[in-house]
Design a protein around this ligand. Structure first.
Ligand SMILES: [Zn+2]
Length: 488
């Protein structure tokens, strides 16, 4: 999952850009640009967009038959890249032709350095706009190709299908596409795929880096879920039970299989990939239910997002999402461990917190200082300023937190594992467990954690640490004295 908290509202130039694109197609109504309208659209789409989902070994031959069922009287067009076309795209076309589906000339991107950005998406959008709406695109690839196709299909007024080639993220079936514009990754609201067919014989051969990202994304449901619990208690983002079950079931399945492997059970790679894919697709469906990435994205994805953006802004090479996420997960889990060991209900002094809370001017200075350390003082200030909480609001929030803390803590304690245990699990998945393995210094992890409360549009454990006034003390404790996750 790659989602960011920078929403469209903060980027009027992007909205302008999309408007100019869509103006050329008067049949299309850009309904999602005003937040009020978005809710109406959400209500209309309360039912999942995805109607068919198949996962299994050697099922690529079934694409044609599934397509016929889901899109009768339609034509198909494969969207792939130079890596995925030879390993799956060609077979998809053959299967379609065998089933009697008319296949349009495919769109094949250059696989090397393919980015999910607006210009790349525009190439596909132009092509689709020239074709009748009966032509249904089939994305054959991993997250990037899926996101490009998802948005282009939506903007050209049609559904789409996806054939994932890696168990790399939960975004396949998610509501929304993560597309970069002007250096910032945006989550564009648009429906998930109507049909998904995942052949595990293909996925098992995906580059290790991609499947590792999926592994980290599944584990991220731990902290994402914990942040959702917090936000729910604070009365900010209520837990939707249906979405919660969908996404957390996948996580618990993963944890159970990890435990079995740790206990010495032989590794059944095929079964693992299948379970992983299922867990990831379920996350996406959970996101369809709540029309946001709440079920699978919390402070750990915020942190990862900042590192990804920082690299993009400074023109540095991309580091695999899973690698960064692995370090982010350890960092956020460490903060959670700290919080859970702290008797907030007894120690929290609400009056003192409110008294020491910065004025808007002081907050602006502090935000600028923190964001400068990660080079996001220009891109991030607008979001940071919108996150300012007034002392009155803070007082109510903290009183509530103090009162309910024993209950909240108990629920969180069931969700969060000790950082040491997470360290072992990540090691098992051959994921980085030291910041330097993901190209980040220990000091920089801390600097970025300090930015999360400013940049996160959602309430999470870092917002809680900042609002209770313990952020600096906890980070000092975690990141100055100890420099190893395994000993935290
Ligand atoms: Zn992710």
């Amino acid at each position: 999952m790659q989602n960011y908290e920078f929403s469209l509202e903060f980027n009027p130039d992007i909205i302008q850009h999309i408007y100019s694109l869509i103006k050329e197609d008067p049949a299309y109504t850009p309904r999602f640009f005003r937040s009020g309208m978005l809710q109406m659209e959400q209500a209309l789409q309360a039912i999942n967009d995805t109607r068919a989902m198949r996962i299994g070994p050697g099922i690529i031959d079934q694409v044609g038959e599934l397509f016929q069922k889901q899109f009768p009287h339609s034509k198909a067009m494969v969207v792939a890249d130079t890596n995925t076309f030879p390993i799956a795209g060609k077979q998809v076309e053959e299967s379609l032709m065998r089933a009697g589906v008319v296949v349009e000339e495919h769109v094949i991107y250059e696989g090397k350095n393919l980015h999910a950005n607006f210009d790349t998406m525009g190439v596909l959008l132009d092509r689709l706009q020239q074709l009748p709406v009966e032509v249904i695109p089939i994305a054959v690839g991993a997250g990037t190709l899926n996101d490009l196709t998802k948005l282009a299909a939506h903007l050209s007024g049609r559904h789409y299908m996806v054939v994932p080639t890696a168990a790399s993220n939960g975004g396949y079936t998610a509501y929304g596409a993560a597309i970069r514009m002007n250096g910032i990754k945006q989550s564009f609201p648009c429906p998930g795929p109507q049909a998904v067919l995942a052949d595990t014989d293909i996925i098992i051969h995906a580059p290790a880096e991609l499947n590792q990202s999926g592994y980290a994304d599944l584990l991220a449901k731990m902290t994402a879920g914990a942040d959702w619990i917090l936000a729910d208690w604070m009365g900010i983002d209520h837990i939707n039970e249906k979405a919660w079950k969908m996404s957390q079931n996948g996580y618990h399945e993963t944890m159970m299989s990890v435990e079995r492997i740790m206990a010495g059970e032989p590794i059944d790679e095929r079964k693992n990939i299948e379970k992983m894919m299922e867990g990831l697709l379920l996350s996406g469906l959970a996101m369809q239910v709540v029309k946001s990435d709440l079920p699978s994205s919390g402070a750990e994805h915020q942190l990862t997002g900042i590192w990804e953006m920082e690299r993009a802004v400074s023109g540095k090479d991309k580091i695999a999402h899973g690698k960064l996420l692995s370090i982010a997960l350890l960092s956020v889990t460490a903060v959670y461990n700290k919080l859970l060991a702290f008797p907030l209900d007894e120690e929290l002094d609400v009056k003192k917190c409110v008294k020491e809370w910065p004025t808007l001017e002081a907050y602006e200075r502090k935000a600028h200082e923190a964001l400068s350390k990660v080079g996001l003082q220009k891109l991030g200030m607008q979001v940071a300023m919108s996150n300012y909480v007034t002392p009155e609001k803070l007082s109510i929030e903290l009183q509530q937190l103090k009162e309910y803390w024993p209950e909240v803590r108990d629920r969180l304690a069931q969700q969060i594992i000790p950082v040491r245990q997470l360290y072992d699990i990540l090691k098992l998945g051959r994921m980085p467990t030291r910041p330097i393995e993901a190209g980040i210094s220990w000091e920089h992890v801390r600097q970025t954690l300090e930015c999360v409360p400013y940049l996160s549009k959602r309430f999470n454990v870092m917002s809680l640490a900042a609002r209770t006034g313990y952020l600096t003390a906890w980070l000092d404790d975690l990141f100055t004295k100890t420099k190893k996750f395994e000993t935290l």
